[in-house]
Every structure is written in C-alpha cells, then in structure tokens.
Design a binder for this molecule. Structure first.
Ligand code: GDP
Length: 695
C-alpha cells in the first residue's frame, strides 16, 4: 500500500516528510522514517491536527490583523520625527552658512557618499587594461609597480594578488568580475523548480555499477525504450512523473575533481554500503567528500539478498561515522536494496524525490545557459563531443559559448538518448558539438552574448593558464598556513591524515585534536589507513588542507597530483616529530628547512684584479647555469677552499641575471681573497626542503 507511506501522505497533504514526521510525533504517533506505513486511523488524526492548526492560525491572523493601525501610527511618528530632525538641522545650519552649503551638509549626513572608489577587475589583467580600468595613465601604474619592486611592461599580465595590491595603493576597492559577468549581461529572472542531480558513491564492489544498471533498466522499462546503444555519463529517468538526473561517474575522484574546479554538480549523494561488508575505508572517504561539499547523503544498504547481510550492523557503523539515519533520530534517509535482484529500487527513487522536495531545488530558466562539463571525448566523426549538465538558463542550438580555455558555438545538441534536440533547461545532461578544443571534466560552460567575446575570454584564459603554470607554486603549505595564522587570516589548520594502521590514525587524530588551543584549532578533514592517494590530494586542495602521512607516503599519481594542485605532503616516522611541526606552525615558530641545490659548475680560466671590484674570475660554464646571488663553493684539487656568494655576474661588460652552460662570464664573489686559474666554482640555489623528497 504505497499510498500510505509517510512520504506519500505528506505529499497528498502538501507537507514535507520531515514536517509530517514532526507532526506525527506531536500527536504521539511514532514512525521510524518517511518510508514507514500509516494506518487510516493515523491519517485521520493527522488531518484533525492540521485542521485544528488551521483554525488556530486563522485566529492568530485575525488578531494580528487589528495591529496595523498601531504600526502605521508608529511609522507616521517616525517619519515626522525624521522630518523634524532634518528641518532643525537645516535651521541650525542656515544661521551659520550659505544655503547651498547646508544642503550639501545635510545630504552628507543623511546619505553618506561612498568614500571608497570601486574598480571592476578580472584576474590576470595587463598593465594597460588595469590603467584603463583605473582611468589613469599607464605610466602611473608602471611607476607604482617599480616602487613596489616589480619590473613590468605595458602588456604584461598581472595576477590578482598584484592587481589587488596596486588598487589598494591607488586607494581603489576592487570588485572581481566573475567569468559570467564578463560575457553576459546579468538579468534578474524568476527561478523555477528543477530535477535533482544525484551521484552514487561508496566502497569498491559494494554495488555502485550494478545499482546504476538497475536504474538504467528501470528507465528502459519505463520509457519502453528498446535499446540504448551508448550510455552517456549522465542521464535522466522519469519516475512518478518526476525527473531525476543521475551522474554515471562512480568514484570519488571525479566528484572532488569537479569541486576542485569550482563546480558543484551534485545535489544528493547516494552512499552505497554492502550489507555483508559494512562501512569500509572508501565508504568513510565518500562520507567525507560529501560532507566537505555540504551535499546530503541518502544511505543505500545494498546486497540485502545475501545470507550474511547484516543491515543493523551497517546502521550502527554508519552512526559511528557520524551518518545518523532517520530511524536513529538523524537526518539521513536510508533504504535497503538488492541492486542485483532489482529489489528496493522504488524505495530508493522515492527517497531521492523526498530529499529533493526538502532541498527545494530551483534554477532560473530565462537567461543565458550555464553548465558543467561532465565528460569530454574526441569522436572520430563528430570531433570534440562534451557532455554538459545544464545548471541554469536554457541552452539552445547555435549559442556561442566559452568553456575554460575553449570556445565555440553549439553546432548540435543531443539529449541523453542521443536524440537531436534544440534546447535544454536546468539539470538536463546534453551532448554538445562545436568545441574549439577538448575541455576537462568540471570545467564551467557559459553561453556568451556574442562569439567574439567568447573567443576573447577563451584566449585570455589560455594566457592565464600559461602564466599560472609558470607561477606554479605551492598553494597550501604548512609554512603558508603559519603565516596566515600569524596574520590572523585563519584560525584553523586543516589536515588530511593518512597512516599505516587504524591504531596510528586514532592516536594521531586524538593527539592532533589535543593541540587545538583557544586561538587556533586543528581540524582533521579526513583520516584513513593506507597511502596518500589522488583523492586525498584533491580533498586537501579544495578544503585548503595539508596532507600528513604517518609511515605512509603518496602514490606516484598522488605525488604528481600534489604538485599540480599545490598541496603540501608532510610525511613523518615519529609521532612527536609530527606533533612538534604542527604545534610550531600553530605558534608561528616553524622554521623552513633549507638546503643548497646544485645548479651549475664553472671553470676559472682567468683571474683579474679590477679596481674597486677586487678579484673577478673569468669563467666558462661547464654545466647547468650560474645565477646572480647564487651560493658559490670554490673547489681546488678536490677540496673546498672558499664558501661564498656571487655578488656580480657579467657577460662582457653587461650585468646579467643568468649565464647558461657553454658561455663565458665574469664572476665576482663576496670576500674572495684567493681565486686561481683552474679552480672550479660550484653554484647552488637555496631551496626549502620538500617534506616528501626528504622522506
Ligand atoms: P562497484 O565496484 O561498487 O561498482 O560494485 P559492482 O556494481 O561492480 O558490484 C560488485 C559485485 O557485487 C558484482 O559482482 C555484483 O554482481 C555484486 N552485487 C552488486 N549488487 C548486489 C546485490 O544487491 N546483491 C548481490 N548478491 N550481489 C551484488
């Protein structure tokens, strides 16, 4: 009798399930969840309670309705009082100064003019563009840059930090324009209800793929759609006249990779837990990822057909992992399924609809479309094909767009069954043809007002990307966090913690938490057993955490990912060492560990004694390069005879920053009392030791 389930009754009554459960509690009817069955008697009681409530509200309303008079009166007094004050201010001022001036004074008092000047900027502007935005000569901006120690040219791109600093110097407040603002004219449009977007997550082998298959089959049956030859990475099903969008991207990395690019795609996470296996490391990982994204979880306890299935054990384990299901007084809906046998599918879909209703998902439709790339591939016949999930507005065939560093015009539009369509609204996955290049999953897709603008923005982004790569620098390091703590910019040190055993994880977690003080707290965003993997790095990247490994290190992929994402990995073998480092960072006493890195070697071929400069070695660079300010070690007969620093570096008579292998140069060293022909000079750069390399 599905019509008697709590959520069905709630729907009939026009209430949310949560509201109905609360109401049932008030009249003494206990239910476990939105799936619980209600008797006719119960429903009658509910109706009675509601009508009683309605009467009360009506009464209340009538009572309140008599109040406006008082309000109006009060309002009148207020306006009168204001008028009086203004009048008396005028009068007072009139006695002293000319009328023209009073007016200005009064208006200043009533509506203070903004003193801060505002400038609209985008990240990575050229000096010329910034000057134009600030309405000042480029020479002023260049001069300010020089004052700040920055050598810039007219067409040099400045990063957002520098732009902010410069605007600050010129006493401008900045307003950072989003990509959307740059390519479309914003309009206020009404929002309408949209379907939920669901992602399935969970431990390997717990049945994510089988569940998605079962859902697809359902879609085949429902739509009497004979054969789906190609499944898209996202698709929709219609259930009880409502649409649900599924993202067919099991795997937490895909989920977090999208977030790392700033795309929040999922509204609801289905957490699949096998009833015979229970909560496993990737289950916990999935919970952490969903939490970090503030996405609600629906628990799907799968494989209930197995003889060793133990649903209660799973529920208790989940509670320990802080996922409290409705039955235990929490907020997470839980359903029991056998994906293999197709059992419990309607319950799961009902649960999704209930949650979606609670979330009140909506999006504007009458505006330029905005979406996210779910996947992209190169098709032999069609060229670049991307699956886009439309999130806002309506995407039309022929729309010009920009997507990351790519642009294009929607040449063809297909729905999830590869039917050609002309338009698509929010929460709809579509295949789009017409991209200039292959975008990455998670990239934001934006329809532009015109193609020219889309092309310009894409080109700017390509330049930005190049500069960023050149600048690739650690985004989150313990030292940087220390600086932020010192500057009061953050009060939290976030950590993704991995260790070799559950015991170590628990001990470290406990000890780390003990380090928290009133001023700075330590928050372990995710903890787990095993090597640091890509998923850990991505999570650390988006949450601004550092990765701490105890007796474990990063996998090769994770190491590369950390470099790319700019996440610091710190590995330790002794607990006290880890605690010391983190405590020092919190107290602002962490010292960078530095080391000399060999960058080049030169042979001294001649020594000159030059007036004022002293000894200058005429060198030939045999290996690597020589740079100004490098640390220099002079080696004679295999022994170091001098440790010094390069104070001047010349090619012919020109001062230079760097001389590469195969060239001759003149090097003078600090306090070089003795240099001889035939000496070898080794040049070093000072670098902070990477904790990972130092492992
Ligand atoms: P994934 O790694 O989470 O995608 O898991 P799969 O969907 O690939 O499933 C792993 C294994 O569990 C497969 O052999 C499935 O047939 C099996 N399986 C999935 N769901 C169920 C279920 O409800 N009952 C049983 N008995 N087996 C299942």
């Amino acid at each position: 009798m599905p019509q008697k389930k709590v959520h069905r009754v709630a729907k009939n009554l026009g209430l949310s399930s949560a509201a109905l459960i609360k109401l049932l509690g008030e009249i003494g009817i206990k239910v476990k969840s939105h799936m619980s069955i209600l008797s006719e008697e119960d429903i009658k009681k509910v109706r009675a309670k509601i009508s009683e409530g309605k009467k009360r509200v009506k009464k209340e309303f009538t009572r309140r309705y008599t109040k406006p008079k008082v309000k109006v009166k009060k309002k009148k007094i207020d306006t009168m009082a204001i008028k009086e004050t203004v009048k008396s201010t005028f009068a007072k001022l009139e006695k002293k100064e000319s009328r023209k001036h009073y007016k200005r004074e009064v208006s200043v008092k009533l509506e203070p003019e903004p003193t801060e000047k505002l400038v609209e900027v985008v990240d990575f502007m050229t000096v010329a563009e910034l000057s134009q935005a600030l309405k000042m000569p480029t020479s002023d901006v260049i001069k300010k840059c020089l004052d700040m120690g920055l050598m810039v040219s007219l067409n040099q791109r400045l990063d957002l930090d520098t732009i902010t600093l410069l605007c600050d110097e010129f006493e401008y407040k900045i307003k950072l324009m989003s990509a959307e603002e740059q390519i479309t004219t914003p309009r206020d449009v009404e929002k309408v209800e949209r379907p939920p977007v669901v992602t399935i997550m969970g431990h390997v082998d717990h049945g994510k793929t089988t569940l998605l298959d079962a859902i697809t089959k359902l879609r085949v049956v429902e739509e009497e759609y004979g054969k789906i030859t190609q499944r898209m990475a996202a698709y929709q099903i219609t259930y009880n006249d409502r649409i649900i969008t599924f993202l067919d991207t099991p795997g937490h990395e895909a989920f977090t990779a999208m977030r790392a690019r700033g795309a929040q795609v999922t509204d609801i996470v289905i957490l699949v837990v096998a009833a015979d296996d229970g909560v496993m490391p990737q289950t916990v990982e999935a919970i952490d990822h969903a939490r970090a994204a503030y996405v609600p979880i629906i628990v799907c306890i799968n494989k209930i057909d197995l003889p060793n299935a133990n649903v209660n054990r799973v529920k208790t384990q989940l509670a320990k992992a802080n996922v409290i299901i409705e039955e235990f007084g929490g907020k997470s809906i839980s359903v029991e399924t056998s994906a293999l046998k197709g059992v419990g599918m309607p319950d799961l879909l009902d649960a999704i609809l209930v949650k979606a209703e609670e979330l009140e998902l909506e999006a504007p439709v009458e505006k330029a479309a905005k979406g996210v790339v779910i996947e992209a591939r190169l098709d032999r016949g069609k060229g670049n094909v991307s699956t886009i999930l439309v999130q806002e507005g309506e995407l039309h065939k022929g729309n010009p767009f920009v997507c990351g560093p790519h642009f294009g015009r929607v040449r063809e539009l297909f729905d999830d069954k590869m039917n050609k369509i002309d338009k698509a609204g929010p929460s709809t996955p579509v295949s789009v043809l017409g991209f200039s290049g292959l975008p990455q999953a998670g990239e934001i897709f934006l329809v532009a007002d015109n193609e020219q603008r889309a092309r310009e923005i894409a080109y700017q982004r390509q330049l930005m990307e190049r500069s960023r790569k050149l600048k690739a620098k650690s985004k989150v390091t313990l030292l940087e966090l220390q600086e932020k703590i010192k500057a009061g910019e953050t009060k939290e040190l976030k950590i993704v913690l991995k260790a070799d055993s559950a015991g170590s994880v628990e001990v470290l977690d406990e000890k780390l938490n003990e380090l928290s003080t009133e001023d700075v707290s330590i928050r372990v965003v995710h903890k787990g057993v095993g090597n640091i993997n890509v998923s850990d790095i991505l999570l650390a990247g988006v949450t601004g955490s550092i990765c701490v490994g105890f007796h474990v290190g990063p996998s090769t992929n994770a190491f590369e990912s950390a470099e790319r994402e700019g996440v610091e990995i710190r590995t330790y073998r002794l607990i006290y060492e880890a605690l010391d480092d983190l405590r020092s960072a919190m107290l602002g006493m962490l010292e960078p560990k530095l080391e000399e890195v060999l960058i080049g070697e030169a042979e001294v071929r001649e020594v000159f004694n030059i007036h004022k400069l002293g000894l200058v070695a005429g060198c030939y660079v045999k290996d690597g390069r020589v740079i100004r300010n490098a640390v220099a070690h002079v080696i004679r007969d295999g022994k170091e005879v001098l440790a010094s620093k390069v104070v001047s570096l010349k090619r012919f008579k020109e001062d230079v920053k760097e001389v590469l292998v195969g060239y001759e140069c003149g090097v003078s060293l600090e306090n070089a009392g003795d240099l001889q022909k035939g000496d070898t000079i080794q040049f070093y750069k000072i670098e902070e030791i990477s904790k990972v390399n130092g492992r």
